[in-house]
Each structure stands twice: as C-alpha cells, then as structure tokens.
Design a protein around this ligand. Structure first.
Ligand SMILES: *[C@@H]1O[C@H](CO)[C@@H](O)[C@H](O)[C@H]1NC(C)=O
Ligand SMILES: *[C@@H]1O[C@H](CO)[C@@H](O)[C@H](O)[C@H]1NC(C)=O
Ligand SMILES: *[C@@H]1O[C@H](CO)[C@@H](O)[C@H](O)[C@H]1NC(C)=O
Ligand SMILES: *[C@@H]1O[C@H](CO)[C@@H](O)[C@H](O)[C@H]1NC(C)=O
Ligand SMILES: *[C@@H]1O[C@H](CO)[C@@H](O)[C@H](O)[C@H]1NC(C)=O
Length: 336
C-alpha cells in the first residue's frame, strides 16, 4: 500500500509548518531584540567619534559629579593641584583644600565646578539630577547665550564601593546634608539609623536597611530622576529600576569623559586626551583597599550583589565603553 498521506504524515507536515513558523518568529524576534539591544550598546550610540571641544579659554564649565567612595577626592585633588593650570589656595589662613583655578591668562575660576574648587554648591555629593537643576544657577550667567557644561564622573566596581561605603559609615560618616533636587524640590535621602550617626554599624545591619542609598548608588546618582517622578511614585520597583538603569547608561554615554577607580592611569590618559589638559604627576593604580581586605562568605556576597544589581550592570556597561574610548583615543593619538 502506498502510504502517501496518512494522518501521521499530515500531522508531521503540519508540525513542520509550525516549526517553520516558530523558527521564523524566533528569528524575527531575535533580530528585533538585537536591534533594540544594539541601539543601547556603547558601539552604536557612543559619541566618542567626535571629541567634544572643551574650551577652557572661553566660557565652558567642567562639572565633576562625585559619587561617594569612588576615589573622587583623590581625583578632585589632582584637578586643583596637578593640572597644567594656574591655581591659588582660596584662604591662606585656613586649613582648607579649596583652590581657585583660573582660565589661562585670567582670574576667572568658573571653568571647574567641583568640591575643591567651587565647594559643594549644589549639595553634598550632588547627583546628576540635582546638578542639572542647580549648576547653572551657581555659575555667573553670560550676557548672551548659554555656557557649555561638560559633566564627568568616576565609577567603581560596585561590591567594593558598597563595602567601602559601609566601612566609611561605620567610622562615623553620615552625609546627612545630602539631598536630591528634583523638579525644583529638595528631597532628603532615606536615613537608616536613629540617633546621631551609624558608628560601628555591622555589615549585616547596613544590608538590612532596604532604603539604604548605598544600594545601587551609582545608578540612581547618574540617572535623570525626573523620569521616575523623582521618587518612583506610580511605578513598580522593576519599572523604576529599568528606567533608572537605562537613563544612567545614556548619561554616561553623554559624558565626554568618565573614569574608573580601578584604572587610574587609563583614566588620567582619557581625561587628558578629552579635555586637552595635562597632569604634572602620574596616577597610581591601587589594588589594595579597605574593601578588598574584607572577607565575605557566599551568602553575604550574594546579598550584596542582589542589592547592587543595577550598579553591577551599569559598571559592566561602563567598562566596555571605557575600553572602546581608550582604544579609540590611542588610535587617534597615533594618527595625529
Ligand atoms: C574659545 O573661546 C574663545 C573666547 O570665547 C574664542 O575666542 C575661541 O575662538 C574659542 N576657541 C575654540 C577652539 O573654539
Ligand atoms: C579665612 O579663614 C579664616 C579662619 O577660618 C577666617 O577667619 C577668614 O574670614 C577667612 N577669610 C576669607 C577671605 O574667607
Ligand atoms: C565603636 O566601637 C569601638 C571599638 O569596639 C568602641 O571603642 C566605641 O566606643 C564604639 N563607638 C560607639 C559609638 O559605639
Ligand atoms: C598591583 O598593581 C601593580 C601595578 O599595576 C601590579 O604590578 C601588581 O601585580 C598588582 N598586585 C596585585 C596583587 O594585583
Ligand atoms: C562559595 O562559592 C564558591 C565559588 O562559587 C564555591 O566554590 C564554594 O563551594 C562556595 N562555598 C559555600 C560554603 O557554599
């Protein structure tokens, strides 16, 4: 008997068609996902191909977004001590680190907005949103036109940064004066302790505070919080997280420069390349920090990673972007 089209065959053909459709759908889906993913990867979106001109002799301003425990103070001191720029201590009678650094051949210090030059004029360790809403109100306005602001920051491996913040808080740091300026309103940050400070806090207690601003600090401090109504009102946790992470990625892509704590020498090179300035000293790659001396069991380590998921993803993205920019900068240097 000719077994041409038995029910079994039919169902097999049907099945093959289904498989074909399924494969098609998966392929198209994958392509769409890839296209979307591509749209937010560093390679296609980064603007490193044009090097934004920082005009120090004009009216441009460099804004240092200093996130806690990323080595920002060290970098900030380099900015006022070690650049090929003329600086002057602000008050000789006072034990202070504040310096005025001037645009070449002027007494105009407005080019640098940072802790050791302008001070914390927009709040202690001001985040991206606060700076965007505040910096232009603290820098003398121009008779005509807008100033060009060049933001930059330094990112650090998130587990080490979180541990370092815990250590710092347990030694008595509070950052009580920190606030977020968002849509014109000042918001206090959540405080995890009662009493004056959180001296001697254990890592367990530090981790138990779910509202701890140390969690994913780099992501929330680098994102535009106006996109989540400043406090996430009306959004689920997941929605808020993904909007903040996406925004933080975009904001670091928009920064002409950002550094990595673990890559001091490379960060120095990229800063110099981007802004056409030179440091008079070498930077040192530290590989021993307080954080690296902390020994953790697996459960604690997983707990910390869970509390810093966004930062871990942001940092991964940042390292990739940093490497691309570094490679590009070295290529451009060799060509010129
Ligand atoms: C920088 O700004 C100064 C003063 O506005 C201007 O004269 C100069 O042409 C600018 N330089 C560049 C490279 O744009
Ligand atoms: C410099 O610091 C001293 C001591 O803190 C203070 O008395 C003085 O007013 C300060 N001078 C200026 C110009 O700020
Ligand atoms: C913190 O711990 C140290 C060492 O155990 C102790 O000397 C100090 O009194 C503690 N401080 C507070 C505020 O509990
Ligand atoms: C620390 O960094 C130095 C300089 O980059 C390197 O030579 C050394 O091997 C590093 N040490 C460790 C333990 O990673
Ligand atoms: C901790 O994690 C390491 C690496 O993942 C694993 O080899 C080790 O067995 C774990 N230890 C415990 C106590 O779970």
């Amino acid at each position: 008997m000719d077994a041409a089209v038995t029910p079994v065959h039919k169902s097999k053909i049907k099945c093959e068609r289904r498989t074909f459709l399924f494969v098609c759908c998966v392929t198209i889906g994958t392509l769409l996902m890839f296209a979307y993913y591509e749209s937010i990867t560093p390679s296609t979106r980064d603007k490193l191909h044009f090097k934004p001109q920082f005009n120090i002799t004009g009216t441009d301003v460099m804004v240092f977004l200093h996130i806690q425990k990323t080595g920002g103070s060290t970098f900030g001191r380099h900015l006022v001590h070690d650049l090929n720029i003329e600086c002057m201590k602000k008050n000789h009678t006072r034990v202070s680190n504040s310096h005025s650094c001037f645009r070449p051949n002027t007494m105009d210090p407005t080019w640098l907005f940072s802790r050791f030059s302008s001070g914390w004029k927009c709040g202690l360790h001001a985040d991206w949103t606060s700076l965007k809403e505040c910096v232009h109100t603290k820098v003398p306005s121009l008779p005509q036109g807008e100033r060009k602001y060049h933001y930059f920051t330094i990112l650090r491996e998130p587990v080490a940064r979180y541990l370092s913040e815990w250590k710092h808080v347990s030694r008595g740091a509070t950052w009580k004066l920190s606030y977020i300026l968002c849509n014109g309103a000042k918001r206090q940050l959540p405080i995890c302790y009662s009493g004056w400070d959180w001296t001697n806090v254990t890592l367990e207690e530090f981790m138990d505070c779910t509202e701890n601003p140390a969690c994913n600090r780099q992501t929330w401090m680098l994102s535009d919080l106006r996109l989540v109504s400043c406090d996430g009102n009306g959004l689920s946790r997941d929605e808020m997280d993904s909007i903040m992470l996406q925004s933080a990625k975009e904001n670091i892509m928009d920064m002409p420069f950002f550094g990595l704590t673990e890559r001091q020498k490379d960060s120095k090179f990229l800063f110099e390349y981007t802004f056409d300035l030179k440091f008079k000293v070498d930077f040192i790659d530290h590989n021993q920090t307080y954080a690296s001396a902390v020994r953790l069991d697996n459960v604690t380590m997983e707990g910390i990673k869970n509390r810093n998921k966004l930062d871990i993803e942001l940092y991964k993205f940042a390292v990739e972007l940093f490497d691309q920019r570094l490679e590009q900068a070295k290529m451009n240097m060799n060509q010129s």
